[in-house]
Write a protein that binds this ligand. Structure first.
Ligand code: AP5
Length: 216
């Protein structure tokens, strides 16, 4: 099964992707994680995109499509996975059209889109309270899902940090970019494949249960 997890910044795409990938043996491919990893490793790509990520704007379609072509192709050659789960991609009409071409080439297709609906006020609250583990990338929230020890990951003991782009002015920019460039991507898929809208404001376990229900 191949899935796309869709929704605005802070809607819970990463949180839910981590939960459902094991159940369906999917490779979780997050463009945000791949790009942040490139920045952390100071690769050529990382140097190109660092300031773009920090500003809340989108990286160019060409760079993202090249990254995703490789990532998707690799999954097909790896027997431990039954498919992939895209998180944070496609994010523009150009990326959606590019993905169509990549999948036609690889003779693969998307099984369904899962769309997490969350209102703006809740998104701002979630993003400003998010803390991420520097080592295992587990996500916490200072109020909703706090770690047992302040600033320390429950899972691996790594340090928890606030993402560079989770500061108020950048959050506003990311939400603007989502409305202008990413939301229109849904129209590209409606009527072509199953699009499951889920209330992302429900508790995390309930959101997972509903996703599993629509995919069953
Ligand atoms: P990316 O990393 O993709 O960020 P995003 O889409 O903005 O999404 P987030 O990771 O912020 O949120 P999420 O939906 O995964 O929520 P999470 O589960 O963490 O992209 C970052 C940047 O990279 C972009 O701005 C851009 O520059 C670049 N980029 C990435 N992809 C690109 C592309 N395709 N093209 C061009 N540029 C690209 O949850 C958030 C918080 O809410 C957490 O604290 C969590 O604990 C909490 N939470 C989750 N679920 C619930 C719930 N049900 N109830 C209460 N709290 C919850």
């Amino acid at each position: 099964m191949n899935l796309v997890m869709f929704g605005p910044p802070g809607s819970g795409k990463g949180t839910q992707a981590e939960r459902i990938r094991n159940r369906y043996r999917l490779r979780h491919i997050s463009t945000g994680d791949l790009l942040r990893d490139a920045v952390a490793r100071k690769t050529e790509l990382g140097r190109k995109v660092e300031s773009i990520l920090a500003s809340g704007a989108l990286v160019s379609d060409d760079l993202v499509l090249a990254l995703m072509r490789d990532a998707i192709a690799q999954v097909g050659n790896d027997a431990q996975y039954a498919g992939w789960l895209l998180d944070g991609f496609p994010r523009t009409i150009g990326q959606a059209e590019g993905l169509d071409a990549i999948l036609a080439d690889l003779k693969q297709e998307i099984g369904a889109l899962v769309v997490l609906d969350v209102k703006r006020e809740a998104l701002v609250d979630r993003l400003s309270g998010r803390r991420t583990c520097t080592q295992c990338k587990t996500v916490f929230h200072v109020k909703v899902n706090p770690p047992q020890v302040d600033g320390v990951c429950d899972k691996c003991g790594g340090a928890l940090v606030q993402r560079e782009d989770d500061r108020p002015e950048t959050i506003a920019k990311r939400l603007e970019v989502y409305a202008a460039q990413t939301q229109p991507v849904l129209a590209h898929y409606r009527g072509r494949l199953p699009v499951h809208e889920i209330d992302g404001e429900l508790p995390v376990d309930e959101v997972t249960r509903r996703i599993e229900c629509v995919l069953a």
